[in-house]
Design a protein around this ligand. Structure first.
Ligand SMILES: [Fe+2]
Length: 243
């Protein structure tokens, strides 16, 4: 399944077949994780990662029939391969609050969520302005009030707006799993608060929303899926100190 490329040697992919976690279908490589939810009429891909995971991701997708792509938000490390996937007839869903963010990172300048991320935040601004994903036009812009949209499309999931990291950041709740994009992270192989947010206030209320939902599993945009019980104390601690 995996090609023996330099990228694959430096950053090996991990999939649900290599390491099953909660029955979640995932493809993780180079710190980025994409997911699939199976539907009645086809499958839903969540996020696409950066350019260097494209060939491995495509191979993994061969076992599925992708009809829709749900972007948790329009940052390049989530939407880089969206245009290529859309060219195969896949329909893209994105929050209307992230309209115009693709290729225009600084229209939603992020702030550090902790003082220790100040320098990292500057590098995000530079990287975000340099790494501009290929242009695409979403087929469906959803709003915060369309939680039933995915059911209509045949997927056992509902959209959960989780704004803060970007204004349009959104997750999907399907059974025992909350797919949360960058509303929370497992970037450094451990549960953590996302380092950057365009609105710290909205990010905090999204964290409270995640606590309310208390899913069994949290499937983040970076890092492998984790049991929510591992994330809960990190979120509660952050809200207690900075909420
Ligand atoms: Fe992001």
């Amino acid at each position: 399944m995996k090609k023996d490329t330099m990228i694959n040697r430096l950053m090996p992919a991990v999939t649900d077949r290599d390491k099953p976690l909660g029955g979640i279908r995932y493809y993780a490589q180079g710190g980025m994780t994409c997911y699939i939810i199976r539907g009645k009429n086809g499958d839903l891909l969540i996020d696409t990662g950066l350019f260097y995971i494209h060939s491995g991701l495509e191979k993994w997708l061969e076992a599925y029939r992708i009809k829709h792509l749900f972007l948790t938000h329009a940052h390049a490390d989530h939407d880089w391969n969206a245009a290529a996937i859309q060219a195969k007839g896949v329909k893209i869903l994105l929050s209307e609050r992230d309209k115009g963010l693709n290729r225009h990172y600084m229209t939603q300048p992020v702030k550090p969520t902790f003082p220790k991320y100040r320098f990292r935040n500057l590098t995000q601004w530079v990287n975000g302005s340099i790494f501009r994903s290929p242009e695409y036009k979403p087929d469906i812009y959803f709003t915060g009030s369309e939680s039933g949209l995915l059911k209509k499309l045949g997927y056992p999931a509902e959209i959960v707006p989780l704004p803060g990291h970007t204004y349009g950041s959104a997750g999907l709740l399907s059974g025992k799993v909350l797919y949360c994009g960058d509303a929370f992270t497992a970037l450094w192989k451990r549960p953590d608060i996302t380092p950057h947010a365009v609105s710290i206030r909205e990010m905090r209320s999204s964290l409270r929303r995640i606590l309310e939902i208390s899913p069994e599993w949290l499937a983040c945009g970076h890092g492998l899926p984790l049991r929510f019980e591992e994330a809960r104390p990190v979120i509660e601690d952050y809200l207690r100190k900075r909420g």
